[in-house]
Design a protein. Structure first.
Length: 106
């Protein structure tokens, strides 16, 4: 019986103490080490080289050794599992050339 009373009273006491609405502010507010906000003077990215032009045709070799020659880039179909290739294509400003997409690309 005593065990049953303890099992019933203990959760009730824990619940009541968790519902306390009074707060006590800290005597000294916590301070960090250094400035709270970093200030960056210039956020522009400096190009590392001249603006490259397209040079087609180009032959690329995949990881499995298959060679593919690209002769025209007017129509792009970015297909991969997670949609990251399509994101890169659009980030490069080639979104107008995309003619289709997979289900993972939004």
């Amino acid at each position: 019986m005593r065990r049953l009373v303890t099992l019933l009273v203990l959760p009730a006491l824990l619940g009541l103490t968790a519902c306390d609405t009074t707060t006590t502010p800290a005597a000294t507010p916590a301070t960090g080490c250094g400035p709270a906000t970093a200030v960056v003077a210039d956020t522009d990215v400096e190009p590392i080289g001249a603006d490259p032009g397209s040079a087609l045709p180009v032959t690329v070799t995949s990881a499995d050794g298959t060679s593919v020659t690209v002769t025209d880039a007017s129509r792009v179909l970015p297909v991969n599992l997670y949609g990251s290739i399509a994101e890169i294509v659009f980030s490069l400003g080639l979104g107008g050339r995309v003619v289709g997409r997979d289900t993972s690309t939004t």
